[in-house]
Design a protein around this ligand. Structure first.
Ligand code: ZN
Length: 150
């Protein structure tokens, strides 16, 4: 139920796994083994299983959840957005050569300026379109001044 928060954390480049369909006990064990901070809305889980590093998420809006997470851990802003695949968490390799990139883009956005990257794991293609501007604007509203200027 925190899938959208997980995507926002990946937009910011934070290494984020999403434990959909994993039992509470496995989630706590995996978080410990992988040195992760467990983000959860489940107060019962926190009380019963006492994960070493955890944050209870109380907000409903994903961007408010993100703001609380950034604040709680005093997370530093990334130098760049979209350096990690938002679907599968894989770090994205450097931008593709223009000729390769153009062939992968949907017809409507061919010729668009800016880097094009492709996830080596799931194949998702990332380019700097209007969705990137909208997401950046949403981040600016949720965390005014935090990202700095680009
Ligand atoms: Zn991917």
């Amino acid at each position: 139920m925190l899938g959208r928060l997980a995507r926002w954390l990946r937009v910011l480049g934070f290494d984020t796994t999403y434990g959909h369909g994993v039992s509470d006990a496995s989630l706590v064990r995996l978080a410990g083994e992988e040195g992760r901070i467990l983000l959860t809305r489940d107060r019962h889980l926190l009380r019963e299983l006492r994960p070493a590093h955890a944050l209870e998420i109380r907000q409903d809006e994903p961007l408010h959840q993100l703001r609380d997470t950034v604040t709680a851990f005093a997370l530093a802003p990334p130098a760049e957005l979209f350096t990690r695949c938002i679907l599968c968490n894989t770090p994205l390799p450097p931008a593709l050569e223009p000729a390769t990139a153009q062939a992968l883009l949907p017809p409507g956005v061919r010729g668009i300026p800016g880097p094009v990257r492709q996830c080596p794991t799931c194949g998702r293609v990332y380019w700097h379109g209007s969705h990137v501007r909208r997401m950046r604007a949403a981040l600016e509203r949720a965390l005014p001044g935090w990202l700095g200027h680009e």
